[in-house]
Design a protein around this ligand. Sequence first.
Ligand SMILES: Nc1ncnc2c1ncn2[C@@H]1O[C@H](COP(=O)(O)OP(=O)(O)O)[C@@H](O)[C@H]1O
Ligand SMILES: N[C@@H](CC(=O)OP(=O)(O)O)C(=O)O
Length: 254
Amino acid sequence: MALIVQKFGGTSLADPERIRRAASRVQKAVQQGNQVVVVVSAMGHTTDRLLAQAEELCERPSARELDMLLVTGEQVAASLFAIALQAHDVPSVSLTGALAGIRTEADHGNAQICKIDPARIHAELQQGKVAIVTGFQGVTEQGDPTTLGRGGSDTSAVALAAALGAELCEICTDVDGVYTADPREVPSAQKIEFLTYDEMMEMAVLGAVVLHPRAVETAKLHRVPVIVRSSFHDGHGTQIGMEPKRLQSVSEGV
Ligand SMILES: Nc1ncnc2c1ncn2[C@@H]1O[C@H](COP(=O)(O)OP(=O)(O)O)[C@@H](O)[C@H]1O
Ligand SMILES: N[C@@H](CC(=O)OP(=O)(O)O)C(=O)O
């Protein structure tokens, strides 16, 4: 039995129908005998909308209150995801960053993860549940919510995979892998089968937003095998690691 982390980005969770489709991906991975930890981003443009609402009220809202506000986006997505799984009789539980044991520095809006205590997640998995964890957030030693900076859910997913000793971290998104250039901007861009951590880091730093640089850094540090793949279509995706291995995305059957 493999323990895998599957992260779904905001575009893949933009409405209840997409959440249902993402949940059916997770259900398939469970049926194949895997223990699954799901990491979710906020639905669609929720984070932008919340930020705009705060800015309507105050030109420069405090970083602490912005964090209190923004963490709600991922929490809505996580509970809806759990509800979607439960509707198909897949036992599941949603967990905030705090419940998932993700401790960060108190640098609101750009917090670094300093420690993860995976005990609660392991306990839920042990009971046969899928654990759905809110990405992009953690909690300070004092119990205040923090966020990791825009695009931070990729980092949450990779850091959790490292802390849990997961076999694989799948980044499920709205493209079917990492391309030589943004496929939405450059139609002739080619999909890449395999990238080393360093190659992926170079691309991420140069603006390939498909994987956040901090996530790549964490993956390299802990040697976490990563696959970037489509949330909704089968296929190999792009493998990121030390060297090419016979890893398959879960949709193809591990
Ligand atoms: N080199 C690249 N390969 C693949 N996608 C890229 C690349 N550069 C930029 N992108 C963009 O990254 C997007 C996915 O990242 P993001 O919007 O953060 O997704 P998510 O909502 O799943 O986190 C794609 O829609 C694509 O337009
Ligand atoms: N919701 C946060 C975190 C995140 O990582 O989102 P996404 O996976 O959709 O890029 C943001 O918009 O920055």
